[in-house]
Design a protein around this ligand. Sequence first.
Ligand code: UTP
Length: 289
Amino acid sequence: MANRIRKAVFPVAGLGTRFLPATKAVPKEMLPVVDRPLIQYAVEEALAAGIEDIIFVTGRGKSAIEDHFDHAIELEGVLSGRGKEAELAAARGPVLSAGRIAYTRQQEALGLGHAVWCAREFVGDEPFAVLLADDLVMAETPCLKQMVDVHERTGGNVVAVMDVPREHTNRYGILDVGADDGKLAEITGLVEKPDPKDAPSTLSIIGRYILLPRIFSELDRHEKGAGGEIQLTDAMARMIGGAPFDGLRFEGRRFDCGDKVGFLEANIAFALARDDLADSVRKILREYH
Ligand code: UTP
């Protein structure tokens, strides 16, 4: 029987260069969509999928993330004294259970594969999830929960995938596909950021993964790939042919919040989904036609 997915790794050590100067002193993962930081959406998605243990792979200048998931004693005291119950609940909302959260440091941003490898001692010998907070998914059933359900059936590796325009294949990890029932696509090959003319398909991986612990032995090689970075995609590609490896066309809408336009779109979409904001935001948007 497949192991239950209990642990999730959040690589948050990237430099966020596409968002400078905003990300000079503020981690990219702390940029807010409406009123909560990207990382909070990702953590809430993981908890809703049954994750119990959270591991952040951080870097220099990322301490705001640690503070966000801790108590803010002074602030909470002031809010409580003023009887601001809703604000107090918002401040306490992200606090995670003691002993269920760990931080490790990736001292140099050597790539996503290397960031995941840095979590190896915390994960140990069990399947686990990886979530990239800059991929924000709006879904009725949280994207990771959809993937956990697949893993419970297959016992294998699962990545969330979506079709992208062919001219964008050079931005993503792209699948070579075997059996495909329109929802679940068997992965027979993986290539990181292929040229549109060489891409084996237009199915691209987004920042949600369920991986078997064998990934760590593949990452042990520290091989550099596209862009001179240690790529997670390359290590995943070497696992193909062993345990089942599937791409799930998840139900929901993904926003690439690592990109300025994607980030702005996410703010609009999430504001329009809020009862307290939708009407005023719609009114403003009409002025920009
Ligand atoms: P990205 O390439 O999208 O993030 O990595 P980045 O490098 O921070 O951003 P840009 O491209 O310079 O604007 C995807 C995810 O992997 C993490 C990032 O924090 C992000 O969540 N990452 C990337 C690491 O943790 N370590 C790395 O060495 C690289």
